[in-house]
Design a protein around this ligand. Structure first.
Ligand code: 5GP
Length: 214
């Protein structure tokens, strides 16, 4: 089976990272492309597992050398998908999950044909506000910026192949898994089956030829 690139996008607080982690822990046919970023690590984040943390100079150098399949600025920081990561995982026969924002998703769709994209939508505005920590203690300016960003992101949902509403995490994970399974069954991706069909056909023709004409 020919593996594909699976883009998961959502506004921050939409739940895509949790969905991706749950699927990655449960399925061996998936791999995660670790992105590069110029944003500083958050508590608990590990170099090479959550992100490759780069200086702006280093990021710029790699971008100029064409090392990124896509890259975009988000909330004042740069984020990019290393081409080598994606190629390595595909070569290992795994579908590659890209947890990326909407501008990056557009670039990947333009540059590759083997892309399946899913937008994870929070179930309601109230739920999104709660997940963004509207009742927490982050400065109103920062929250305002995140909400404006969410408006732009939600607007891009229609560009995706699929939209999954994340009202219930278990259900959302099951829906994303169903999409992956259906996409893996597309005729053009079933290379081994297509090859077997050629043998199948030859044997059928031989069987038919071997029968006496009536
Ligand atoms: P965070 O800083 O919260 O980890 O991520 C911020 C946003 O950047 C999220 O929407 C995340 O999906 C997105 N992002 C993470 N890695 C990449 C990447 O390699 N490329 C792009 N375009 N977006 C990314």
């Amino acid at each position: 089976m020919t593996p594909f690139v699976l883009i998961l996008s959502s506004p921050s607080g939409g739940g895509k990272t949790t969905i991706a982690r749950t699927l990655l822990a449960a399925r061996e046919d998936l791999g995660y492309s670790v992105s590069a970023t110029t944003r500083p690590p958050r508590e608990g984040e590990q170099e090479g597992a959550d992100y490759f943390f780069l200086s702006r100079n280093e990021f710029q150098r790699r971008a100029a050398e064409g090392e990124f399949l896509e890259w975009a600025e988000y909330s004042g920081h740069w984020y990019g998908t290393p081409r080598a990561e994606v190629d390595r995982l595909l070569a290992a026969g795994r579908h590659v999950i890209l947890d990326i924002e909407v501008q990056g998703a557009r670039q990947v769709r333009e540059r590759r044909s083997d892309v399946v994209s899913i937008f994870i939508l929070p179930p309601s505005v109230d739920e999104l506000l709660a997940r963004l920590g509207a009742r927490g203690d982050q400065p109103p300016q920062a929250l305002k910026r995140r909400l404006r960003q969410a408006v732009v992101e939600i607007d891009a949902a229609r560009e995706y192949d699929y939209i999954v509403v994340n009202a219930d995490r278990t259900q959302a994970v099951a829906e994303v898994a169903a999409i992956i399974d259906a996409e893996a069954h597309r005729a053009r991706r079933q290379t081994a089956v297509l090859a077997a069909i050629a043998d199948f056909k030859r044997e059928l023709v031989e069987a038919a030829d071997g029968l006496a004409e009536q």
